[in-house]
Design a binder for this molecule. Structure first.
Ligand code: PLP
Length: 406
């Protein structure tokens, strides 16, 4: 049974105060806090079981390798992937998408080829494609969201032309909370023979994900938002796409043989994992994903949907505050601006004095900010451990901002 108070006790940091007030942590979209099981696993990995992986024939290296490699299976289970060899370890979504840009797109796309993107992508799913625009003459085609922040899958499919070689979309906006029907996009794109990359950084935290059902070619996640360590993550890549990819980073582990005048590569997924990886980070991620699956992704989603509804009602009741985006399918990420002269940074500073942690700025989403016509927003993003009472504390603190700045 989902019990938010029990869950809160699993996260030591939630017991602390900030500026003399109980912490209300609503910056989960940037990075989530870590449960004690993850913190303990990290300590144990360093204190009792640490060595480099893959290379040694000694006990500690074998233990570390076993624990590290087991996480591939955990990630596959978490993502509903039938084949764990389709999981490539990365340091996070940014590296995952860059791997696709350098490893798959650069060798396969040329001048005039198109990549279709939504206007609400995070810079991690924009800038690597700008590299292809700058260096190889690839054309970026943008699909707008409507006034409520919905992204119509049909609009994405309509943007696909004969020169389109990739569709790259987020499953959940890190600014608007919009949840995108990426399965419909993947289905339609597949019929047109166009691969799809899904940025699952936000979605995978808040709802059950099944990459085999979604049917995209690439699905990227980032561990630190999934209650795991920073520097951990993965990307699911379909075998047929892996076979079309050249290596991204070169170094140890990703090779089979190296000579003065030749090199051969390891089989995927290791072909795409160069150098000493984030051993302990990935081990911590495995524990975090097991923790989430132990609670149950459906129960986490139901709890957060209740919070979403409550926060929407409370924030929607403040006539001096504008929530950006009211998409039909949305999760617990709210960006807002306040009437009056105060910058988002001023608002977040006042909220912090009340112990409420939110993010302020552009949220790595420049094109979306342009589309919305705002310079910056405040963003409150919720996690499995947040409560309706914390929504009330946010609203109380916002009312103080309104008094101060109106
Ligand atoms: N994509 C989305 C939607 C995000 O919210 C983020 C992180 O804020 C990223 C990509 C980048 O993730 P990371 O910085 O962990 O690589």
């Amino acid at each position: 049974m989902f019990d938010v108070q029990t869950i809160r006790r699993d996260f030591p940091i939630l017991a602390r105060e900030v500026n003399g007030k109980p912490l209300v942590y609503l910056d989960n979209g940037a990075s989530a806090q870590k449960p004690k099981v993850v913190i303990d696993a990290i300590t144990r990995a360093y204190a009792e079981e640490y060595a480099n992986v893959h290379r040694g024939l000694h006990t500690l290296s074998n233990i570390a390798t076993e624990k590290y490699e087991a996480v591939r299976g955990t990630i596959a289970r978490f993502l509903g992937a039938a084949d764990e060899e389709e999981i490539v370890f990365t340091s996070g979504t940014t590296e995952g998408i860059n791997l696709v840009a350098y490893g798959w797109a650069m060798p396969n796309l040329g001048p005039g080829d198109e990549i279709v993107l939504s206007v609400m992508e995070h810079h991690a799913n924009i800038v690597p494609w700008h590299f292809l625009r700058e260096r190889q003459g690839v054309v970026l085609k943008w699909v707008d969201v409507d006034a409520a922040g919905n992204l119509d899958p049909q609009a994405v499919l309509d943007a696909i032309g004969p020169k389109t070689k990739l569709v790259a979309v987020t499953q959940m906006s890190n600014v608007l909370g919009t949840v995108v029907d990426v399965a419909a996009i993947a289905r339609g794109a597949r019929e047109k023979g166009v691969p799809v990359l899904v940025d699952g950084s936000q979605a995978a935290v808040h709802m059950p994900v099944n990459v085999d059902e979604i049917g995209a070619d690439f699905y990227a996640i980032t561990g630190h938002k999934l209650y795991g360590p920073s520097g951990s993550g993965a990307i699911h890549i379909r075998k047929e796409r892996m076979n079309e990819m050249r290596p991204f980073l070169g170094g140890g582990d990703m090779i089979r043989e190296v000579h003065k005048d030749s090199v051969t590569y390891n089989a995927p997924p290791m072909k795409f994992e160069a150098g000493t990886p984030g051993i302990v980070q990935q081990i911590g991620l495995g524990v975090a994903l097991d923790y989430m699956m132990g609670i149950g992704m459906a129960d986490i989603a139901a709890h957060e949907q209740a919070i979403t509804g409550y926060a929407m009602d409370r924030l929607g009741g403040l006539n001096w505050l504008q929530v950006q985006g009211r998409a039909e399918h949305r999760g617990a990420i709210f960006s807002f601006t306040l009437d009056g002269p105060a910058h988002a940074h001023d608002i977040s500073t006042v909220l912090d004095k009340k112990g409420v942690a939110v993010r302020a700025g552009q949220h790595c989403a420049g094109p979306l900010m342009d589309h919305l016509g705002v310079a910056a927003t405040c963003r409150a993003s919720f996690a499995m451990y947040n409560t309706p009472e914390e929504v009330d504390k946010l609203v109380e603190a916002l009312e103080l901002c309104h008094e101060l700045f109106a």
